[in-house]
Design a protein around this ligand. Structure first.
Ligand code: PHE
Length: 343
């Protein structure tokens, strides 16, 4: 019997030396000897009844000693393997903080979208709401309601793409003025970005471009309000100290109408290539909403007045980044777009 105990002991030692490479393997080995039902040491206990009564006490003691010894061996082994596996994990997950970092490629918004968002931020700060413009309009909203009836010479200012005698591709975002005034009562303060289309194509014009319409209708709105808002806008977009000047112009839906120039933010007004030596750059069209337009929308023009402006986003962007050809904004050449990055 003692020989059997000695064999088991040897088998445990051999097992530990040969097979127990991992905690999982060590666990299996432990089970082989110490499992309460099937383990080899447990089996010995069951054989107690075949032992002569005078030897039973000694036998029991020896088996218990073997059991305790085995338990100690296996728990020491487990500790050792745990430590080993941890070291292996440290090795494999080691980070060399001196390695050069991997370059993270980041995407970016298109410069026109950035300009659109910046302008919205400026005017949202003044309480404007944003309504997206329509790309297809009918003749009434694009022209007639804006005081430009069929035979009006001002229609020639915008080379229109007609889809049918009634429908057309929006030539300007100004239709938003009519849509807004038809659905809202003053006070009104809205901004309406959109795509517009004109049969026009050269270095500074594209058949599709973006505009941002602004409209304010309230009691006692004057050109001073317009100038104040536009000054704020150019300062935020082109830098502190930038200002505007208004020149008389003509649009059928505003009276008076103005062309707005911004003081040259490149040379500070002294005269340079960008401003063609004048110190000023033409940036947008605007004016006081024509009374006829207010009345077309059922707004009392004695009680209310309004201001409107239309900003060309391509033009605003080209000026800001010194881009001389509008095509660069539409070709999606990453070498170009990467240079224009405000974020
Ligand atoms: N809609 C005009 C254009 O496209 C710009 C404009 C808007 C002028 C609002 C005055 C008021 O040229």
């Amino acid at each position: 019997m003692n020989e059997r105990l000695a064999n088991i002991k040897q088998a445990i030692l051999d097992g530990i030396e040969k097979h127990a490479e991992s905690r999982a393997a060590a666990f299996e080995l432990r089970k082989q000897f110490l499992d309460s039902k099937t383990g080899e040491i447990g089996q010995l206990m069951k054989e107690m009844r075949n032992i002569a009564p005078e030897e039973r006490a000694n036998f029991g003691k020896s088996v218990n000693e073997l059991k305790e010894w085995a338990q100690k061996c296996f728990s020491e082994l487990d500790e050792k393997l745990k430590e080993k596996e941890l070291q292996m994990r440290y090795e494999s997950e080691r980070i060399d903080v001196t390695m050069p970092a991997e370059k993270v490629q980041t995407g970016n918004l298109h410069p026109i979208t950035q300009m659109r968002n910046q302008i919205i931020d400026v005017f949202a700060g003044m309480g404007f709401e944003v309504f997206e413009n329509k790309e297809i309009e009918n003749d009434y909203y694009n022209f007639t309601a804006l005081n430009t009836p069929k035979d009006h010479p001002a229609r020639d200012m915008q080379d229109t793409f007609y889809l049918s005698p009634e429908f057309l591709l929006a030539t300007q975002t100004s239709a938003a003025q009519i849509h807004t005034m038809e659905s809202k009562k003053p006070p009104i303060k809205i901004l309406s970005p959109g795509k517009v289309f004109r049969s026009d194509d050269d270095a500074t014009h594209s058949p599709m471009f973006h505009q941002m319409e602004g409209l304010v209708v309230d009691k006692k709105i004057t050109l001073c309000d317009l100038k104040g808002m536009l000054d704020m806008f150019v300062q935020k977009i082109y830098g502190d100290g930038t200002t505007t000047r208004l020149r008389p112009s003509y649009f059928p839906f505003t009276e008076p109408s103005v062309e707005v120039d911004v003081s040259c933010f490149e040379c500070g007004g002294k005269g340079c290539k960008l401003c063609k030596g004048t110190g000023w750059i033409e940036i947008l069209g605007a004016g006081i909403v024509n009374k006829k337009v207010l009345e077309n929308c059922g707004i009392d023009s004695e009680e209310y007045s309004g201001l409107a402006f239309g900003i060309g986003l391509e033009r605003a962007t080209m000026l800001k980044y010194g881009i001389n050809n509008i095509k660069l904004l539409f070709e999606s050449d990453l070498r170009v777009l990467k240079q224009i990055n405000d974020n």
